[in-house]
Design a protein around this ligand. Structure first.
Ligand SMILES: NC(=O)c1ccc[n+]([C@@H]2O[C@H](COP(=O)([O-])OP(=O)(O)OC[C@H]3O[C@@H](n4cnc5c(N)ncnc54)[C@H](O)[C@@H]3O)[C@@H](O)[C@H]2O)c1
Length: 315
């Protein structure tokens, strides 16, 4: 299958690209490298260095002729979305519309869209939150991710463009940028490796649903064949506290450290956890990697990354 992966130089989508290539698909990456990194792009994939907002977008479709588009490119920085909501909407809403337009005018037969359960649902009353939970974001990033979903559903209705929407929980694993959405594992790991004490906003009891990036890549493989017209939560369905995640990283590093507790940040979700029973039923997906296995793999990546960036002694 010919698959165009937008954002494929970034954290999550670079793992999706790797899995697609392992499965024997022909893959191209469309990425403007604004937060992504050329080194993340699998050498077997063709890289189109291009923005979603570029006029060249249709030319990329004409040249590569994707059968499936996996849409991961986005402005993912929650703080930036608060400071610059128009920029956030430009990339995540207008950029997505440009992409859906190019897809529907081409031979493309499906769009898979990476959305965000955590950012779209805000602070739901019932946990784990099912897909029927109202979209009530607490930040512009959640609004823009949810708005692109509505556009994609509209393209499905009006033009018959098949799609699957995957609403991710907090994704973690190798290659994560500490500045993106849900970068806590990357932030804590890098700080602790440097011997710095990380800050936890609040008393350590906030909870998130952490899912390992390779499990997310597997959901993207299954969505190639299944889930047309569906919206799916993709999470482990477990509430993990800030303290638990801190301790898991500290233990993986064998470090002795305590966090610094600071005030809760306004607008931040206190508790979120996704009900993933629909994707289990329709796609046969479930989170396979427990935290005890995923955290040491992520931590090892940051140890190696920081060791590479340190000049060797004596130079
Ligand atoms: N990280 C998470 O926990 C999480 C959770 C839910 C949803 N998501 C979604 O998953 C997707 C990937 O997120 P990530 O964490 O890997 O972030 P990331 O920043 O690592 O990846 C985003 C990629 O998009 C590229 N990009 C940004 N603007 C672009 C543009 N205008 N044109 C082309 N490329 C552009 C960046 O260069 C980068 O490579 C995003 O759509 C995000 O909303 C992430």
């Amino acid at each position: 299958m010919r698959i165009l992966v937008t954002g494929g130089a970034g954290f999550i989508a670079s793992h999706v690209v790797d899995r697609y290539i392992e499965k024997g698909h022909s893959v191209a990456v469309l990425d403007d490298l604004s937060t992504g990194n050329r080194e993340n792009v699998n050498p077997k994939a063709t890289l189109f260095e291009c923005s979603l907002l570029d006029d060249q977008l249709e030319a990329v479709f004409k040249e590569f002729k994707p059968e499936v588009v996996s849409h991961h490119a986005a402005q993912v920085n929650v703080r930036r979305s608060v400071d610059e909501p128009a920029f956030d909407a430009q990339v995540n809403v207008l950029g997505s519309i440009q992409l859906f337009e190019a897809a529907r005018k081409s031979e493309c037969r499906k769009v898979i869209y990476a959305s965000s359960g955590g950012a779209c649902y805000g602070e739901p009353e019932d946990l784990p939150a099912p897909e029927e939970t109202l979209v009530r974001p607490l930040c512009p990033y959640g609004v823009s991710k949810g708005t692109a979903e509505v556009y994609l559903e509209f393209y499905g209705r009006l033009y018959g463009l098949p799609y699957t929407i995957l609403r991710y929980a907090n994704v973690y694993g190798p290659r994560q940028d500490p500045h993106g959405e849900a970068g806590v594992v990357a932030i804590f790991s890098e700080m602790m490796i440097r011997g710095q004490r990380p800050s936890i906003f609040g008393d350590g009891s906030k909870t998130r649903d952490y899912v390992y990036v390779e499990d997310i890549a597997e959901a993207n493989v299954l969505a190639l064949e299944k889930g047309d017209g569906g919206v799916y939560n993709v999470g482990a369905g477990r509430q993990i506290t800030d303290d638990e995640i801190f301790n898991a990283i500290r233990d993986a590093l064998g470090a002795e450290m305590t966090p610094i507790y600071t005030d809760f940040r306004t607008g931040e979700v206190r508790h979120i956890c996704l009900d993933a029973s629909r994707i289990r039923r329709d796609l046969g997906w479930s989170a396979k990697t427990p935290l005890e296995e995923g955290i040491p793999k992520a931590v090892k990546f940051y140890q190696e990354k920081l060791a590479r960036s340190r000049p060797a002694s004596g130079e």
